[in-house]
Design a binder for this molecule. Sequence first.
Ligand code: KIV
Length: 252
Amino acid sequence: MLSSLSELLQRKTSGPKIAVLTAYDYPTGRMLDDAGIDLILVGDSLGMVVHGLPDTTGVTMDMMLIHTASVCRGVKRAPVIADLPFASYRTPEEAVFNSKRLMDCGAAAVKLEGGVSMLPQVSAIIAAGIPFIGHIGMLPQSVKEEGGYKKKGKTSEQIDRLIADARALDEAGACAMVLESIVPEVATQITGFVKASTIGIGAGNGTDGQVLVTPDILGSFPWFRPPFAKARADVAGETLRAVREYIADVRG
Ligand code: KIV
């Protein structure tokens, strides 16, 4: 069980693999912490699975601040990572300003999407003394420019770009990086040359750890679940059952 980001390096070299899940509220943060999760991510996936938005581009700093503070109130041990949402890090100054706001809510690190193109923002965040986690591969905040969610690392041009992005984040001092929807062989290759811990999602088993969106494993968002996320509970089914039972009891 991780209790500090400084333990990431040892976990990369000696294992076990790093287990990461998302949380968006106090009870989930508290339960994940009690269960022994290594890291908790207040992901901007909350746009879809909490707020019912079509993608993450509608998530605002105000939403991230409220959810980050709620999660942090429930977590005693696991480091909490907060996402910088869409259009909250357009300049290095804006990135540092908004990162500090998330840290003031109790986050232990911030995450933003992008590699080489985000290097000025990443370097500014790290220079401000804020622990940083990268996110490369398929970038959900770019879904509109990309015209959908597309796996990365299928062409030699994409592989070169992923390797350059990973190297840039690593050299800038990222303590970990999410590798999202990347061809598994490429994710394994990146994991082998970066000092940072790699946390995969839809990127195979060769990364230093795995992250999933908690409603996907709990079955509490039954309307969509990515194929790589195994549902380990049926919270939606159990909720329907309990509510129908309550309705029947009240009606008599
Ligand atoms: O927003 C999120 O939940 C994420 C994970 C999918 C990595 O960024």
